[in-house]
Design a protein around this ligand. Structure first.
Ligand code: ASP
Ligand code: MG
Length: 430
């Protein structure tokens, strides 16, 4: 049975990291092995900035950003291969030429299409370099273009998977004994061969797609943290690692914004009971966290913070009620704007929406709503979500702060505070 590994940008951020990845993979005997890799370090952010430069017709900015990205990738190739770099450097340079050509071909076309034709190069570059390095150290590798395997529709930047066609392609791959199969996360392609992407941070999802289609025995996501925690250890000074967790609980945590795994990752695994292990690629002996059907779905509290939140209080101008028809209209506008509400709460004459402060998505939405509704807006807020809360716990966490909005159901409580009133480091009350 196949094992699937996924490595994120941090695990291949430079030559030293790629060497470490090589040692790790060389020591793993398990086969068949599929390895899904995302773009190096912060490459996808840099490619998005390059896209913005291209679309604003700023030739000088575009040039310097493209040169900088090329320089960084070629520097990694040099550091890895030394005087044997020429062949790999040539392939990397060719990818940059193709990237440049695509920008020039597509920068008058709709942004989502232009985005997918160019942002996919982050993963094409990283896997080209990693594959060459694995060959160099004697780990036989079969490089595959995920755009020919992950078959999607043409919903650019958030492409939907054609599971049937994808399954057929992935299962038809040669799984010849010793070679590990190396491919890209985050990217796919339409049946016509047009590049698509699955949404930011989508490489976890790609790995889950491979695991699902191959009925893998396990998916391992290698990260720079040892596993899953009951709260973000960078924000909570007494967060504790979870050894076992159920699919359902992990899906809730991811949906509510815990940034450990992409929310779409778990459903394809749960369907076949494929366990997902989160391990540290830095501390190989550290105990991992496993998400599986058996995982304790115990009602242990977990905490999620979302910063940079905006609260919109929407009310009808004509003093009519916030009935289903109004709510339908308002939520429909969120869908159109591609926005997601992290908290929705309604009253007789008001609908409260808490959203990420993402200017490109938020401002057009605010404009559209303000045309037809009375709108009150609060910025710089922090949303605290608590899974399996108790009354005393919420009381202690609230710390007497004003609550701007609140929502509660059987197993989850959400409270919205002003960020200026929140601590820099939180502490889970015992
Ligand atoms: N490279 C892509 C991103 O940064 C996909 C991923 O890392 O999962 O969003
Ligand atoms: Mg990435």
């Amino acid at each position: 049975m196949t094992t699937v590994y996924k490595f994120g940008g941090a695990s291949i951020k430079d030559a030293a990291a790629i060497r470490h990845l090589g040692e790790l993979l060389a020591s793993v005997r398990t086969r068949p092995l599929v390895v899904v890799v995302s773009a190096m370090g912060k490459t996808t952010n840099a490619l998005e900035a390059l896209l913005a430069a291209a679309r604003s017709d700023d030739e000088a900015d575009y040039r310097s950003r493209l040169d900088e990205l090329r320089r960084a990738h070629l520097a990694t190739v040099d550091a890895l291969f030394g005087d044997r770099a020429a062949r790999v450097a040539e392939r990397v340079a060719a990818l940059f030429e193709e990237l440049d050509r695509r920008h020039r071909a597509h920068w008058r076309e709709p942004r989502p299409f232009h985005y997918d034709q160019t942002i996919c190069f982050g993963e094409l570059l990283s896997t080209t370099i990693v594959s060459a390095w694995l060959d160099e150290i004697g780990t036989a590798t079969d490089w595959q273009d995920a755009r020919e395997l992950i078959v999607t529709d043409a919903c650019h930047q958030a492409a939907n998977i054609d599971w049937e066609a994808t399954g057929r392609k992935i299962r038809a791959l040669p799984r010849d004994g010793d070679r590990l199969l190396l491919t890209q996360g985050f990217i796919g392609g339409t049946p016509e061969g047009v590049s698509t992407t699955l949404g930011r941070e989508g490489s976890d999802f790609s790995a889950a797609i491979f695991a699902h289609c191959l009925e893998a025995k396990e998916l391992v996501i290698w990260k720079d943290v040892p596993g899953l925690f009951n709260a973000d250890p960078r924000r909570f000074d007494n967060a504790v690692q979870l050894a076992q967790i159920s699919y359902d609980e992990a899906i809730e945590l991811a949906w509510h914004g815990a940034k450990v795994i992409h929310p779409k990752t778990l459903a394809p695994l749960r369907q076949q009971g494929i366990p997902l292990t989160v391990r540290s690629f830095e501390a190989l002996d550290a105990p991992p966290s496993t998400i599986s059907a058996e995982g304790a779905s115990a009602a242990a509290p977990a905490f999620i913070l979302a910063e940079e939140q905006v609260l919109l209080e929407v009310s009808p101008r004509d003093f009519s009620f916030m009935d289903e028809a109004r709510q339908h209209d308002i939520l429909g506008r969120l869908v159109e704007a591609g926005a997601h509400a992290n908290l929705v709460d309604s009253g007789a004459m008001r609908l409260s929406l808490c959203l990420d402060s993402h200017p490109a998505r938020l401002e057009p939405l605010v404009e559209a709503l303000a045309a037809d509704y009375a709108l009150e807006r609060h910025d710089d807020l922090t949303l605290l979500t608590v899974r399996h809360p108790s009354e005393p716990l919420l009381e202690a966490l609230g710390g007497g702060r004003e609550i701007l909005a609140e929502r509660r159901n059987r197993d989850t409580a959400q409270r919205l505070f002003r960020s200026s009133e929140c601590p820099g480091t939180w502490h889970i009350p015992r």
